[in-house]
Design a protein. Sequence first.
Length: 223
Amino acid sequence: MPVAADPGPAERPRIPEATVARLPLYYRALVEVGESSVATVSSERLAELAGVNAAKVRKDLSYLGSYGTRGVGYDVDYLLHEIARELGLTRDWPVAIVGIGNLGRALANYRGFGARGFRVVALLDADPDVVGRSFGDLTVEPVADLDRIVTERGIAIGVLAVPAAVAQDVADRMVAAGVTSILNFSPSVCVVPDGVSVRKVDLATELQILSFYQLRRALPGRS
């Protein structure tokens, strides 16, 4: 299907953060559509699968230079490639998980990371009873070796699955070792210098938001 010419990086408009946050939703929806051997998808269908409105889909995808074809929609394979490239999913990103408690172990055993370009290459913990244990193909190493591991294995992303009391200290150590992207699962807000990206995943907060909507369904008169 005809597609718009892809502008170079210097010519492509800056993608707003809100759009970046929705690109993974579109990617997941496109993977689902592609598994059904569907060649094209409309903005309305993509919006339905991603949980947004069609106008927002069209605006978001325009930042990628993808405008679709009127009456036909978007080429699924092409759009998957464009979003994957924009999100960096066509590259290999070595990941280190620090904190191998219950959550850290669950993350270590999750096989979906590798399929999306995120290769977990190190597990670290400060507990001597945990260090030396194996999870999957990896053995837990002491967090004291973080600097060496980041350098030797080219760690691109650090995952924090540690208690709140030590989260900032571990984040500081990651930054000092050269990690510039951190995914924070701890209940603590970590402060990092400019040039370092942190994404916080707070499961309790998400549950509280669900509780807000659940309460309003249970009490129809409440707004």
